[in-house]
Design a protein around this ligand. Sequence first.
Ligand code: GRF
Length: 215
Amino acid sequence: MMRIAVLVSGNGSNLQALIDAQIGHQFSGKIIGVLSNKVDAYALQRAKGANIATAVISHKDFPNREGFDEAMHQQLLAWQVDLVILAGFMRILTPNFVSKWQGKMLNIHPSLLPFYKGINTHQRVLNTGDRLHGCTVHFVTAELDAGQSIAQSIIQVGLNDTTERLAQRVHELEHFIYPQVVQWLCNGQLSWENGQAYFNQKPLKQPIQFAQFWN
Ligand code: GRF
């Protein structure tokens, strides 16, 4: 049974999807702890509601990123977790921290990577006039939003879409795709060796794509 930590900074709807998947026996892992850098993150309430341990480590209490990341690392070691799932965690991680969890740490990002790394993805998609949008689950490497992509969920951008509507539509996709990828990592279908993702023991050449072509 894989022991999982989820790192959050905000609402935690993806955390909720993972909790629901665990309750529904959709994955063979257990969320051991939820770590937030913000004391008022609603995600912490969700964790408490599911009787999951929580920890708050505020980046503001540390003079630099190294100290903050080391404190998080110690908490993860104390929880004895195997996997670290970033779910709306809004701090950039140091290469040193990332290297300790390489191949064991996932992130979900609201765009079809490698397009639109960083923030405000929905607005940027609308500004560019893209017809396709979605979300990506990827392994975390030191460079922001640049680790190998594992799975993507794709939607068509509609004429009525606003940033709010796109955010909502993409969130719905995230809640489906993230528990699925976490399960692949838990059951060994997905693995990582020497900087390469493997799916069913074969090198993953491109992300697994789920598409929904309706609005
Ligand atoms: C999601 O859009 C995710 O892609 C991004 O942060 C957001 C987190 O949302 N990394 P929530 O806190 O899980 O509701």
